[in-house]
Ligand binder design. Structure first.
Ligand code: NDP
Ligand code: 8X3
Length: 265
């Protein structure tokens, strides 16, 4: 039997765009109660309204920068006021989605910039560690709770210009694996969802607002959309509580491998 997400608390980082925003709408449609974080609060306000319209029992938002410990702790204190701790009667956080992150630049190692490397490792690696550490006391044991981290095929296979991003997502994969071992026996599920080419604001951020260059990444091919990933996240979190989806790679049909993308003329 599916694990019902109705009235369950779901916390999504990076909910202002792409996968995170689509996940807010998708978990909202399941009747979940949402806690949404990102740096662009004006966007979060709009996404929370969309999630409520989709059916969310509640949708709250609060500023969050996962690259700063103080911001994570402040965000989680705000979340705790709504959710209660893991031992509170019938409450606690049932789904944590560590989605905030992305790539900055596509430089070779020889041309790489410290600020890009640091931003990637801060958000994709340290952000996952910080959020998980802060949120674990809110997650009930033996209640079907799930932690889902957003990895990437870049964590499995390297590509030119991707050294720091690939390292960051490989780091995320190993964090997920270590956490699953550490939490074995608590009943908390731990999963990594690792997408391939997906059209969101990912490339716009990577290329620092260069929209034509970002658009070219998806030219002639049929990439994944944010909704494809959101649907997958809901599926992972709604498996029966004894089922853990460990690692899930999801690519567009046009992408047979990281370097092999079919493009129509
Ligand atoms: P988007 O750029 O559309 O969304 C990224 C989200 O992360 C935004 O909401 C952004 O919010 C948030 N974010 C980034 N840095 C921080 C930070 N320091 N603190 C808090 N929030 C932050 O990209 P996607 O939706 O595509 O990316 C989501 C995740 O999926 C990322 O981890 C990405 O690496 C991963 N991924 C993406 C793929 C793709 O091809 N699109 C493929 C595989 C994985 P704000 O700027 O408002 O803070
Ligand atoms: C995003 C996928 O191939 O652009 O994580 O690195 S890729």
């Amino acid at each position: 039997m599916n694990f019902s997400l109705k009235d369950k608390w779901v916390l999504i980082t990076g909910a202002s765009s792409g996968f995170g925003a689509a996940a807010a709408r998708a978990f909202g449609a399941e009747g979940a109660k949402l806690l949404l974080g990102a740096r662009r609060v004006d966007r979060l306000e709009k996404i929370a309204a969309e999630a409520r319209k989709a059916g969310a029992a509640e949708a709250h938002f609060h500023p969050l920068d996962v690259s700063r410990t103080a911001s994570v702790e402040e965000f989680v204190a705000w979340a705790r006021e709504r959710v209660g701790g893991q031992k509170s009667e019938g409450r606690g956080l049932h789904v944590l989605i560590n989605n905030a992150g992305g790539a900055h630049g596509l430089d070779t190692v020889a041309e790489g910039k410290d600020e890009d490397w640091e931003a990637m490792l801060q958000s994709n690696v340290l952000g996952v560690l910080r959020m998980t550490r802060a949120v674990l006391p809110l997650i009930p044991h033996d209640a079907g709770a799930t932690i889902i981290n957003l990895g990437s095929i870049a964590g499995h296979v390297a590509y030119e210009g991707g050294a720091a991003y690939c390292a960051a997502k490989a780091g995320e994969l190993q964090i997920t694996r270590a956490l699953r071992l550490e939490l074995c026996g608590t009943g908390i599920r731990v999963c990594t969802v690792d997408p391939g080419l997906a059209e969101t604001e990912f490339s716009l951020v990577r290329f620092k607002g260069d929209a034509p260059r970002a658009k070219k990444v998806y030219e002639g091919t049929n990439p994944l959309g944010a909704e494809d990933i959101a649907e997958t996240l809901v599926w992972v979190a709604s498996r029966p509580s004894h089922v853990n989806i460990d690692e899930l790679i999801i690519k567009p049909t046009d992408q047979a491998a990281i370097h092999k993308v079919y493009r129509r003329q």
